[in-house]
Each structure stands twice: as C-alpha cells, then as structure tokens.
Design a protein around this ligand. Structure first.
Ligand SMILES: O=P(O)(O)OC[C@H]1O[C@@H](O)[C@H](O)[C@@H](O)[C@@H]1O
Length: 475
C-alpha cells in the first residue's frame, strides 16, 4: 500500500457507529502503522467545539480499550464541523474546507435515508477527482433500490471511488479462509460437492437489541446479517481460486459465486425460518421479550433470528445445502461448519461406520478444528474420532481497522462492488416477500437459548421442521 496521507471526514460523527466501531478501528490501524497520516474530521448536526469533539473521541477510544499512543494520534489532528448533509450550500463549504494536499474520504456513518439524501446533494456539486465515498450497510433495501442507489452514485463518481463497507470482509477468519483454501493441497482437493455434504455459516450473538430499535426493528436479522455479512462469508468460502489477490479478481469471483446462488429448491418458504426472542436472562442480566423492548413495534413482526438455506448451482457445488443463520440473544455460537460425506466404502471387519469428518472455522475467537475418524481408542478395528484444534490468534487490528486501511490506500479489495450488493439482495428478496405475506411462521425462542425448540428437535433428526437436517446441528 502506498497512500499514507488522507483526510477522513466522518459524516454522522456523533453516532454510535463512529464511537463504537470506526474510531476504535482507526486507532488499531494507526497503532500498527506509524507511517499513516490521517486527518480526522468529525461532522454532524450537533454543535460541538473542537475541544468537546476531542473529548468525545478520547472517551470513545478509552471505553474501547485502545492503546494510549494510538488514541493520542487520533485525537491530535482531529477537528469538528457542524453540518447538515442535506444542505447543498453547507456541503459545498464543508468539502472546500477539506481540500488540501491529500485525498479525502467521506465516510457516511448515517442512516440509509440520510446517506441517500446526502449523495443526491453531492451529485449537484463539483467534486475533487480523487474523492472517495465509504458507505455503510444496509446498501439499499431490495435489489431494485440497491440498483437505483448504484445508478445515483455512478452518475457522479466512478465505481473505484465507491467503498461499500462490510466489516465481515475485514474479519481475520474471513481473510484466513483464502490462505487456508488456496495455500495447501489437503483442502483444495476436497472442496466440492464430491466430498462435501453440507455447509453451515452460523453467527449467533449473545447481545440483544441494545437500544437499536430505531434501525433494527425495520431491518430484522435477515437484512442486518444474512443479506450482507453471511452471504459474503459464503462467497469467500466457496468461490473459485483467484489467480491473484486484487480487487478485480477477488470481486469478480465473489460476484461469480453469488450469481450462481439461489434459494434451496427455489422455494423461499421451505428454505427459510424466522423467530424472535422471548424474555429471559443472560449472565444474570434480565432481557425483556423483543416485543417489549423500547421502540419496538410488535405489529411489524420483526425477526431477531433468521435462517435461510441456499444452493450454489454450479458444477462444483450443485446440490450442497448451505445454511446461513444469525440471531440476537442466543447462545453465541459463531462458526462455519463444513460437513464431509461418509467414506465410499468401510473395510469389512470394522465394528461400525465412521462418523463423517467435520471442519469448523470459529469466528471470534478465531479457531480451526477438524474432527476426523480414526480407530484404536476402543479397539484396533473400531472407529472413534479425534479433534485436531488450532487457535488462529486474533489480528491486532479490528475488522474496521482492516477495512479502513484499504479505503485509505484507495484499494477497493475489501469493499463490496455495486453488482455484488445487488446480487445479495436478489438472493434474499423472495424470502422477504414470503415473510411479508406471512407465508412463514414467526417462531419464538427464549433469550440465551440455542434457538426455537422445534429447530433443535429437527436438527437432532426428530422432525416437525421443514428444513429438517438442514437446521441447527445438535452438537
Ligand atoms: O460481531 P460484530 O463484528 O460486532 O458484528 C455483528 C454486528 O454487525 C453489524 O453489521 C450488525 O448491524 C449488528 O447487528 C451486529 O451485531
């Protein structure tokens, strides 16, 4: 990476995203990159003096346990501007105040509707040629609206100036998948439907709504996590081999994989499940039922847990069910599970059949484990299993730091390309339509559990759940 000087202007700087994720991400990036020179400019509708803003930044970084020296580097050069991003005059003056000897990144840490309004304003202004736009998810709310937003953006900037942020592309596990898949023969030879029976990508969070009703109650788990994050994780896990790691190649392959993806059986009802949490306690903390959380509209029927099963209909993967699942107020299982097919033949004389092999990538903490069949524990010709485990170690840098490092370098490698964002919506849109028409029941699960009882029974091989064996594994 060569660019080492940039002005990072955060629009929506008074919000939760800025203090909880962006600023700590920036600090972890600076901690490892003494060469980077970032002018941070905060902008929001609130009125703060530069000193008040610096205090907010310092507090956010202290709360998030950022190293002292990195915190002071962020604070040192920062300033603040009160700004209404929907006012053309104010935006023009703001942009003029930023231009100096370095490229400018406009980071939109704003609600989607305000981001779009701000982009409409930008479309009317004279913009520097090297301006970069960093846009948070959700990018649109359907394939059509994502396409419309892409049309708006590309009417005034080039695609390579647009950085659609998905912080899962900056997660150590997701980046490690590339090395693991393409750096050794053991996995590359078995990476297809010939050897793999099913895949699950599970991201269950222990946290509940956490005062985010304003956004979450309109989004729900499917839009919040599956449409963006988990489909991209799936693409990294299942894409064809890149000949080089660059933004064109990697994003072509991600797009290629997603274009082949469709709902399992092309059936949005049978391939999807939704549920929401009921009251309970996690680690001694009382959590109300989702419908009783502050700001929630029960009539909206927002799901806090969603599961879809898809298929990548190409020569490598046809027929392999891939289940994506994520929810709030759950047990906290976060892993990718790759289940292999049973061996073709078991030598006559063995007592039982061996358990099929299972490879797991743990997400946060980053781990890798392989459960393999072996024998000997119970007798020379009696199968047992062995678990090979590795701690992959977390990157020092938080996912937002990783993502920011590429944006600052002007490299869209870890940003979502416009067609990829549209493709993700194309996959989930039929499910959203089936749910809106109430064709899939909204089930319930107690806070802190592993999910609805019925899903667990189905996963254990009992039944009652249309997804049957494609649901939660019992282990
Ligand atoms: O575990 P992480 O990195 O915080 O990512 C999960 C978060 O990702 C965000 O994009 C979602 O909006 C949140 O609802 C979710 O909690």
């Amino acid at each position: 990476m060569t660019t080492d000087k940039v002005t990072l202007a955060v629009l929506g700087a008074s919000g939760d995203l800025t203090s909880r994720l962006l600023l700590p991400g920036l600090a972890t990036l600076l901690a490892g990159r003494p060469d980077l020179d970032v002018h941070l400019v905060g902008a929001a509708t609130e009125t703060y003096t530069d000193e008040e803003w610096k205090t907010r930044v310092r507090e956010a970084l202290t709360t998030n346990a950022c190293p002292d020296h990195a915190r002071e580097r962020v604070v040192a050069g920062t300033r603040y501007t009160t700004l209404d991003v929907t006012s053309p005059e104010q935006m023009a003056t703001f942009l003029a105040s930023l231009s100096d000897d370095r490229p400018v990144v406009l980071y939109f840490a704003l609600p989607p509707a305000v981001t779009i309004a701000a982009c409409r304003v930008l479309a009317q202004l004279d913009l520097p040629d090297d301006l970069r736009l960093a846009l948070e998810k959700p990018f649109g709310e359907s394939e059509e609206s994502a396409r419309e937003f892409n049309r708006l953006l590309t009417s005034f900037v080039r695609e390579e100036q647009i950085f659609r942020v998905d912080h899962f592309l900056g997660r150590a596990t997701v980046l490690n998948i590339v090395g693991l898949r393409f750096g050794n023969r053991v996995l590359s030879r078995v990476w297809s439907s010939d050897d793999i029976e099913s895949i699950e990508i599970i991201y269950d969070e222990q946290i509940a709504l956490e005062d985010r009703a304003g956004y979450y109650d309109k989004a729900g788990a499917l839009r919040d996590m599956l449409q963006s994050h988990l489909l991209l994780v799936m693409a990294m896990l299942m894409m064809e081999a890149p000949s080089r790691v660059d933004a064109v190649e990697l994003r072509d392959l991600i797009g290629h994989l997603l274009r082949a993806t469709r709902l399992y059986g092309d059936d949005p009802v049978a391939s999807s499940h939704r549920a929401r949490y009921t009251a309970g306690d996690v680690d001694g903390r009382e959590i109300p039922s989702y419908v009783d959380e502050r700001g929630v509209d029960p009539a909206r029927c927002t799901e806090t847990l969603s599961e879809i099963t898809v298929e990548v209909a190409n020569a490598r993967w046809k027929g392999v069910p891939v289940t994506l699942r994520s929810g709030k107020a759950l047990g906290g299982r976060r892993e990718i599970v790759v289940r292999f097919r049973p061996v073709a033949h078991v030598p006559v004389g063995f007592v039982d059949d061996p358990a099929p092999d299972v490879l797991r990538f743990g997400m946060n903490p980053e781990t890798l484990s392989l459960r393999m069949a072996t024998s000997g524990a119970e007798g020379a010709f009696d199968f047992s299993t062995v678990d090979l485990q590795a701690e992959l170690g977390d990157s020092e840098m938080r996912p937002y730091g990783e993502i920011l490092s590429y944006i600052i370098a002007g490299d869209p490698l870890l940003s979502v390309r416009g067609d990829v964002a549209e493709e993700c919506w194309r996959i989930v849109d039929p499910v959203l339509a089936a749910w809106a028409a109430d064709e899939v029941p909204l089930e319930e699960y107690p806070v802190g559990s592993a999910g609805p009882e019925q899903w667990l029974r189905a996963a254990a091989g009992e039944d009652g759940h249309p997804g049957s064996r494609r649901g939660l594994p019992a282990e």
